[in-house]
Design a protein around this ligand. Structure first.
Ligand code: DGL
Length: 258
């Protein structure tokens, strides 16, 4: 039996999942959160799928003994590779996985041209193909962004390096997209620069808010919402103080700085 006081575990390959944790806290401030970033093994997005699955399982095994009532896989890459297995492994646990917010973009632009920017794993896995097949009238461009996760992990979320990398990646799409889906949880932290490059005519979407809403809904249905004081524990496999500091900085960034 689970209790309300148990943690909501939030997992990502690194600091990206903090963008989802922010949404969770916004919607459920009374919860106890345990965030684990596996920066020692990041990025996941260039690895074979089996490796991503194994790393994800190991991380969840580390979090479980702490007492968790729900697991939010705040990583599109890990969700693509492992969410189905995790649900099978832990049938008594609420397991939510983030996926690219294509539905939001398709609802807004039913016949539009929509970019999905994500890691190699997310772009090649079956989960995305299935998602894309649900919106046959949307023209989807799959955009990979090599090097971007590494910059965010290094604490670089703005400045010339981020801008140059994004300019190269997005150059073929300037003026051509109705929407861009940020399909990796690290990307919302560079959304400002993405918007600067693509301009106002391209609307940005990410799955953080929907993932938090879905988690809240499942907890409500299970009678497991906590209206307590709320707390956040931030942990990182790298053991680096800098990464913990970065996690904290990203968690408490002002909305207007995003
Ligand atoms: N943040 C992860 C995601 O949402 C991926 C980062 C990585 O490649 O490790 O896909």
């Amino acid at each position: 039996m689970h209790t309300k006081e148990e943690y909501i575990a939030v997992f990502d390959s690194g600091v990206g999942g903090i963008s989802v944790l922010r949404e969770l806290i916004k919607q459920m401030p009374g919860e106890n959160y345990l965030y684990f970033g596996d920066s020692a093994n990041a990025p996941y997005g260039n690895r074979p799928t089996d490796e991503v699955r194994e790393l994800t399982e190991q991380a969840v095994e580390k979090m479980r003994p702490r007492g968790i009532k729900a697991l939010v896989v705040a990583c599109n890459t890990a969700t693509s590779a492992a969410v189905r297995v995790l649900r099978e492994m832990y049938p008594d646990l609420i397991v939510v996985g983030i996926e690219p917010a294509l539905k939001l973009a398709a609802d807004r632009f039913p016949n539009g041209r929509v970019g999905v920017m994500a890691t190699k794993v997310t772009l090649r896995e079956e989960k995305l193909n299935y998602l894309v097949s649900r919106f046959p009238d949307v023209q989807v461009e799959r955009i990979s962004a090599p090097g971007l996760v590494e910059l965010v992990e290094a604490g670089k979320v703005s400045g010339p390096e981020v801008e140059n990398l994004l300019k190269n990646i997005l150059a073929p799409y300037v003026g051509k997209l109705d929407a861009l889906v940020l399909g990796c949880t690290h990307y919302p932290f560079v959304a400002k620069t993405v918007s600067k490059i693509l301009g106002q005519e391209t609307e940005l979407f990410d799955g953080g808010e929907g993932t938090a809403r879905h988690t809240r809904h499942l907890l409500e249905n299970a009678g497991l919402i906590n209206d307590g004081k709320g707390s956040v524990v931030l942990e990182n496999s790298s053991g680096s103080q800098e990464l913990l500091k970065l996690s904290e900085t990203l968690l408490y960034l002002q909305e207007e700085d995003l």
